[in-house]
Design a protein. Structure first.
Length: 94
C-alpha cells in the first residue's frame, strides 16, 4: 500500500508536458482560488471572474484532461470541496 502511495505521489510530481505545472503545484493553485464548482472553474478560466487572478499559462483550463493519468481525482478534489474521508477526519488531517 505504501509503495502505491509513493508511486502516485511521484506521478503527481511529473509535469504532463512542457507547458503545464505538475499536478501538485497546479492543484495547490486551484485550491487557493476557493472556487466551489466546475462551472465556476470554467468561468474563471475564461477570465469571467474579475475578483480572481487571471489564469497563469502553466495552469490548464481543462485540468481533467491534462492530469487524467497524473493525479486527477475529480472536480471536488481539484477544487478542495470534497468532504474529508472518515480516515482523514479521525486522524485530524487537513
Amino acid at each position: 500500500m505504501e509503495n502505491q502511495q509513493q508511486e502516485k505521489l511521484s506521478i503527481e510530481k511529473v509535469k504532463p508536458n512542457a507547458k503545464y505545472s505538475c499536478f501538485i503545484d497546479a492543484h495547490d493553485f486551484a485550491q487557493s482560488l476557493q472556487l466551489r464548482s466546475r462551472k465556476e472553474w470554467r468561468a474563471w478560466a475564461k477570465g469571467e471572474m474579475a475578483d480572481k487572478p487571471q489564469r497563469p499559462n502553466h495552469v490548464p483550463a481543462h485540468p481533467d484532461g491534462i492530469y487524467k493519468v497524473k493525479g486527477w481525482q475529480g472536480w471536488k478534489h481539484w477544487l478542495g470541496t470534497a468532504e474529508k474521508s472518515l480516515h482523514e477526519k479521525n486522524a485530524g488531517l487537513n
